[in-house]
Design a protein around this ligand. Structure first.
Ligand SMILES: *[C@@H]1O[C@H](CO)[C@@H](O)[C@H](O)[C@H]1NC(C)=O
Ligand SMILES: *[C@@H]1O[C@H](CO)[C@@H](O)[C@H](O)[C@H]1NC(C)=O
Ligand SMILES: *[C@@H]1O[C@H](CO)[C@@H](O)[C@H](O)[C@H]1NC(C)=O
Ligand SMILES: *[C@@H]1O[C@H](CO)[C@@H](O)[C@H](O)[C@H]1NC(C)=O
Ligand SMILES: *[C@@H]1O[C@H](CO)[C@@H](O)[C@H](O)[C@H]1NC(C)=O
Length: 398
C-alpha cells in the first residue's frame, strides 16, 4: 500500500515536471523554431514567408491542428518529436515541398494534403502504425504512399496524383468512404488485409485487389477504369447498397464467387468488352437490376429475389439474354417486373434505353431522334448514379 502510494506520487510528480503544456496558438515564422512545450493544447500554423527546411522539434503531443498553407518556398517539413495530432494535419499549396518526414507520428485525426505538386516522399510513423479518421491526398507528385501506414481509417480519398501508380496498404477497415480516382495511369491497388469497407468508389485504376474483403457496408462502384480488365472479389459475401460497373472499356471478367446479397441496385452499363455475366454463382438477391451492354450470356443460378425492376438491354442479336429475364419475371423472382430488349445498338447507354427487339417479336418503342435520345440515355445513367451517391451519403449519416 505504502509503496504503491509512493510510486503514484513519484509518477504524478514526474509527469508534472516532464510535461510542459502550452495553451496558446503558435505561429511559426522561421524554419527552425524553438518550441519549449511537450504538449501543445492549441494550433500550430506556419507563416507563408517561411522558406527552406522546416524542422519542428519539441512538442510531442499536439492537441489542435498543424496547418501549413501557401508557403511556396518550404522545401521539406520534418519533426521527430510530434507523435500525435489531435486535430488536422493540413498541408496545402506548398509548391516547392519535396519531402515530409514525421517519423514519430502515430496518430492524426485528419490529414489533408492538397496541391503539393513537388512532393515526392512522405514518412509517417517509423515502425509504428498511423491511425487517422480521415485522409485526403490530392494533386501531389507522390509516386508512392508507402509512408502512410494505416490499418484503420474512416475516410480515405486519393485523387489526381499523376505519378501515383501503386497503392499497397495494410488497411483492415475503412468505415467511411474509400475514394480512389484519377491518379497515375495504370494504377494498381492491392489491399491484401482489407476486411470491411463502407462506400468504395474506384476510377481510373488498372487493378484493384481485395482478397479478404468480406462485407461492403455501402456501395462498390467502378467508373471509367479504362485499363481494368477484370475484378474478382473472392471473399465478398454481402454488399449493403449498390454494386456498379460503368464505362470500363476493357473490363471482360467480373467474378463474385461468394456474393449472396446486394441490398441496392446491381448496375452494369457500358463495359463494352464484357460479353457475359456469369460471375455471380451464389447471388440470391438484389433490389433492382440495370444492365446495358454487349451481353451474349447470363447465368445467375441462385437468383430468387429482385424486389424492384430489371431494366436490361443488349446489343446481341440472340434472344437468350432476354429469355433469362423473362423466365425470372414469370417465375416471380423479379417483383417489379423485367423489361428487356436485345439487338439494341444503343444498349450500352443503359438498360432504360429504348430500342431493340423483344422476345415476343415486337420492337421496343424507340423515339429514335438521334442526339436527343443519346442525351436522354446519358442523363439516365448519371441521375441514377447520383441517386446512388445520395443514398450512400444518407446511409452514412445514419
Ligand atoms: C492560399 O492562397 C490561396 C490563393 O492565393 C487563397 O485562396 C487561400 O485562401 C490561401 N490559404 C490560406 C490558408 O491562406
Ligand atoms: C476491423 O473491424 C472488425 C469488425 O468490425 C474489428 O473486429 C477489428 O478490430 C477491426 N480491425 C482494425 C484493425 O481496426
Ligand atoms: C473471408 O471472410 C471471412 C469472414 O466473412 C473470414 O472469416 C475469412 O478468414 C476470410 N477468408 C479469407 C481467405 O480472407
Ligand atoms: C461509354 O464508355 C466510354 C468509355 O469507355 C465513354 O467514352 C462513353 O462516353 C460512354 N458512353 C456513355 C453513354 O456513357
Ligand atoms: C475470370 O476471373 C476469375 C478470377 O480471377 C478466373 O478464375 C477466371 O478464370 C476468369 N475467367 C476468364 C474467362 O478469364
Amino acid at each position: 500500500m505504502r509503496s504503491a502510494q509512493f510510486a503514484a506520487a513519484v509518477a504524478a510528480f514526474a509527469g508534472f515536471a516532464a510535461a510542459k503544456t502550452c495553451t496558446k496558438d503558435i505561429e511559426i515564422s522561421e524554419p527552425t523554431p524553438v518550441i519549449d512545450c511537450d504538449v501543445v493544447d492549441a494550433d500550430i500554423t506556419v507563416k507563408e514567408s517561411v522558406a527552406g527546411a522546416l524542422s519542428i522539434e519539441g512538442p510531442k503531443q499536439l492537441k489542435g491542428d498543424l496547418i501549413i498553407n501557401n508557403a511556396s518556398n518550404i522545401l521539406s517539413i520534418s519533426s521527430s518529436s510530434i507523435n500525435s495530432i489531435g486535430g488536422r494535419l493540413e498541408f496545402q499549396a506548398l509548391n516547392s515541398l519535396n519531402s515530409i518526414n514525421m517519423d514519430s507520428l502515430e496518430s492524426v485525426k485528419e490529414i489533408v494534403m492538397k496541391k503539393l505538386t513537388a512532393l515526392q516522399t512522405i514518412t509517417f510513423g517509423s515502425d509504428t502504425v498511423t491511425k487517422a479518421e480521415s485522409v485526403e491526398i490530392t494533386d501531389t507528385d507522390l509516386s508512392s504512399l508507402s509512408g502512410l501506414m494505416l490499418t484503420s481509417v474512416k475516410d480515405l480519398n486519393i485523387n489526381n496524383n499523376d505519378r501515383l501508380t501503386k497503392f499497397d496498404s495494410a488497411l483492415v477497415n475503412v468505415t467511411g468512404q474509400l475514394l480512389i480516382n484519377s491518379n497515375g495511369r495504370d494504377m494498381e491497388i492491392t489491399l491484401n488485409d482489407l476486411e470491411t469497407a463502407s462506400e468504395i468508389q474506384i476510377g481510373n485504376v488498372k487493378t484493384f485487389e481485395v482478397p479478404k474483403l468480406s462485407v461492403v457496408k455501402a456501395s462498390l462502384k467502378f467508373d471509367q477504369c479504362d485499363k481494368l480488365e477484370s475484378f474478382n472479389a473472392p471473399n465478398l459475401t454481402k454488399i449493403t447498397d449498390a454494386l456498379a460497373f460503368i464505362n470500363n472499356k476493357k473490363l471482360s471478367n467480373v467474378t463474385f464467387p461468394k456474393l449472396t446479397e446486394i441490398g441496392g441496385d446491381l448496375r452494369i452499363v457500358n463495359n463494352t468488352e464484357l460479353t457475359e455475366i456469369t460471375g455471380f454463382p451464389k447471388l440470391e438477391s438484389a433490389a433492382s437490376i440495370n444492365f446495358g451492354g454487349n451481353f451474349e450470356d447470363i447465368e445467375m443460378p441462385k437468383l430468387d429475389r429482385v424486389s424492384g425492376t430489371a431494366e436490361v438491354s443488349t446489343t446481341s442479336t440472340k434472344d437468350d439474354f432476354c429469355k433469362f429475364f423473362e423466365k425470372a419475371d414469370s417465375d416471380g423472382v423479379i417483383r417489379g417486373g423485367a423489361d428487356c430488349t436485345f439487338d439494341n445498338k444503343d444498349a450500352n447507354q443503359g438498360g432504360e434505353t429504348k430500342g431493340g427487339r423483344k422476345t415476343d417479336g415486337s420492337s421496343s418503342s424507340s423515339d429514335n431522334s438521334g442526339d436527343n435520345e443519346d442525351a436522354a440515355g446519358i442523363v439516365g445513367v448519371n441521375t441514377a448514379l447520383m441517386g446512388l451517391a445520395l443514398i450512400a451519403g444518407v446511409a452514412q449519416l445514419l
